[in-house]
Each structure stands twice: as C-alpha cells, then as structure tokens.
Design a protein around this ligand. Structure first.
Ligand SMILES: Cc1ncc(COP(=O)(O)O)c(C=O)c1O
Length: 374
C-alpha cells in the first residue's frame, strides 16, 4: 500500500468545496478582490478561534513575520535571536528588514529555541526574540521570558495554528505572532496567505498601516511599509476550512498517538531504540510528526521510498551554516543540537487523511528496515 507524505486534495472535503464555490461566486459578484468583506470576517473568526484580541490578515507567513518584527520595533542594525533549526523564512524575515539574525541552539527534546542558548547571546543590540513553535509544538515561552526580561518576543507560529502552551494559545504568548496559511499547513489556503496576531491594539493598528504601504489614510504615508495585503479569494478559502480545523488537528493528534504506540511495539520510544518519536505535549498540533534516526536517517528514508512510503526532512541544513549567512561567521560545531537534529530528523505522513492502515504500513516499513517482526 502506497502512503503519500501529503495529499493536498484532502484539504477540502466535498461539502467544503461546494460552500467555497458559493463564497467565490459571491466575491466574483461583489468584486472586492482585495480587502473584501470576507477578509474582515476571517480576521474576526481567527481572533476568536485563537483567543487573541486582534488578527491582521496578510499575503503569506514570511511577510507576516516581517510585519510582526517591524511592529515590534525591529530596525536595521538591530539583532534578533532565533533558532538555527527552523524554516528559512524565520531568518529571512529578520534579514529583509535590515536586522541581523543571531542564531541560537534548540532544546533537543522540543526542537524549539533553547532559553539557555539565548541567554548567552543577548547583547545591548538585541531587539527581539523570535522563537518558533516548530512542527506545531509550543516553545517554552516562560523560560524565554525569564531570560528576555523586557525584550519583546515575536512568535513564529507559522506551523502552530491552534497549538496551546501551558501559558495560553500560541499567537498570544508574546507581543505579536506571524502565521502561515501555505496550502500544506494545518490551516491551508488555496494559494499563499498568512496573518498576524496580537493582543495589543496599538500594535494591531501599526500592522494594518504597515501592510498597506505604511499609510493610515489612503495616499498619506507615515512610514515606508509594504504591499502585504490579503487576497479575498483566500480569505473565503480559509473561512471554509476554519470550522473543520479542530477536527483536523484532533485527527493529527490521534495519528501521532497511534504512531507512538506502533513504534513502541517495535521497541522504539522517545528515549530508546533506533527510531525515536518526538515526545508528547498536550497542546501540540502535530504539523509534523518527526522521529530521530541517529546514524541511518537517509538509509531509512530511501528504504521507505522504495516501498512507496513518503517521508521528509525538515530541515537538512541549519541556518547558521547556510551559504547566504556565511558573512555572519557561523561554524560547524557551533550549535550542536541544531546540527544533530538536521542529521537525524525524519517526518512521517501525518496529514489528517492518513488512515490507521497506512500508519501500520509505515511502521511495518520501519520494522522491515530495522529487521524486526511486527
Ligand atoms: C517556521 C516557518 N516560518 C515561516 C514560514 C513562512 O510561511 P509562508 O510559506 O506562508 O511564507 C513557514 C512556512 O513554511 C514556516 O514553516
């Protein structure tokens, strides 16, 4: 049985498609392709889903982070501390506004920004911390707040819509947060889309100006902003999917639980065995289900591929070693946990359409690779 890593068609069920076509027809009729009424409707729906005061919809998750950093006061020449083990856009957003990314290490258990590593990197130029709720697991915000003191925290929540930390929902833990609605995300649009969340009304107002070229009033500009507007057709797509998000996130959590159980049956737990599934966290939304395979990750991946079982590596090269950041002087061995994770992690199929039989097939493939019987 083939198990695709992801099936984009699962994003919209038949009933949601019918509803979405209706909504799209309405937009074709009213013609408000940019900033149409559906955009405000989406912002309100997302704010109440997340439990935050304000949501500002924008073009995509990368731009959402640029907006969030600018609204947090980050300017050219400032330093922003972020994990070296994340998607490129986290660091790209810092560079795009002329600030310097300062790469910190991750905690090996959560794969999120390590507060101990951050503590060693804070200088008088540090203007923000940018933790990532990687794979949908909330970062340890309390520990980061303790070391950050007054430095604002900007959350990269791109992979964590619906995730809840002990301190509260992701997106409301710091000053401001950026989310992605790239089609493969837990809440995926039918193209590029993203949004920013905050509990601070002044920050929200600033975000609204920044995403429309820095102008509060049309044709009058207090500062140079961006065109990061949200497409009304995408707002409609997200409105059609949002009511189903709790169901989809629950299906991901169920899938993660099942994989953990199946792997335990072949002697693989988070602390033991050749394939180590990620540890549990109650508020995790399992954007990815990742295992560590020390020493034989690439071999296992190739073996699974031969059996038509999809998997993926997020991410094979930490950011301090990326060629575009050579000028920052990153060296091999500098951030050992990020470098180790890049060598060891493998994501298994976890999108909500994966069946229990398919998960059994994936783990049977792993067992065959390891030479054990299931
Ligand atoms: C951690 C992280 N940050 C930022 C982004 C950027 O989002 P987008 O692709 O919508 O620009 C992504 C998307 O993959 C991401 O995973």
């Amino acid at each position: 049985m083939a198990v695709p890593f992801f099936d984009i068609r699962y994003n919209l069920g038949e009933a949601e498609k019918v509803q979405l076509l209706e909504r799209w027809k309405g937009i074709l009729d009213h013609g408000g392709f940019i900033n149409g009424p559906e955009v405000q409707e989406l912002e309100s729906a997302l704010a109440s889903y997340l439990g935050v005061n304000h949501v500002v919809a924008c073009s995509n998750g990368s731009d959402a982070l640029v907006l969030a950093l600018r609204a947090a006061g980050v300017s050219p020449g400032d330093e922003v501390i972020l994990p070296a083990f994340t998607f490129f856009a986290t660091a790209g957003a810092v560079s795009r506004i002329g600030a310097t990314p300062v790469f910190a290490d991750i905690d090996p258990d959560s794969y999120c920004l390590s507060a101990d590593s951050v503590a060693e990197l804070i200088t008088n130029r540090t203007r923000a911390l940018l933790p990532v709720h990687l794979y949908g697991r909330p970062a340890d915000i309390s520990a980061l707040q303790t070391v950050a003191k007054d430095i604002p925290i900007v959350e990269d929540s791109a992979q964590a819509v619906g995730a809840v930390a002990t301190e509260g929902p992701c997106g409301g833990l710091g000053l401001v947060a950026g989310f992605s609605c790239f089609p493969t995300k837990n809440l995926g649009a039918c193209g590029d889309a993203g949004f920013v969340s905050t509990n601070d009304s002044q920050v929200a107002e600033h975000l609204r100006c920044l995403k429309e070229h820095g102008g509060g009033r049309q044709y009058y500009h207090d500062e140079v902003g961006f065109n990061f507007r949200h497409d009304t057709l995408q707002a409609a797509a997200l409105l059609s999917r949002l009511p189903e998000l709790p169901v989809y996130n629950a299906a991901r959590a169920e899938g993660a639980e099942h994989y953990t159980q199946l792997l335990a049956e072949i002697g693989c737990t988070e602390n033991d065995g050749p394939v180590r599934p990620a540890s549990k966290h109650l508020g995790h939304v399992w954007h990815q289900f990742v295992c560590r395979i020390p020493g034989q990750r690439n071999e296992l991946r190739a073996f699974l591929q031969e059996r038509q079982i999809g998997s993926a590596v997020y991410y094979p090269l930490p950011l301090h070693l990326q060629p575009c950041f050579t000028h920052l002087g990153g060296t091999s061995g500098q951030l050992p946990e990020s470098e180790r994770a890049a060598q060891e992690v493998l994501a298994l199929p976890i999108y909500p359409g994966v069946t229990s039989e398919q998960r059994e097939e994936v783990v049977a493939g792993i067992a065959a690779f390891l030479g054990c019987k299931v």
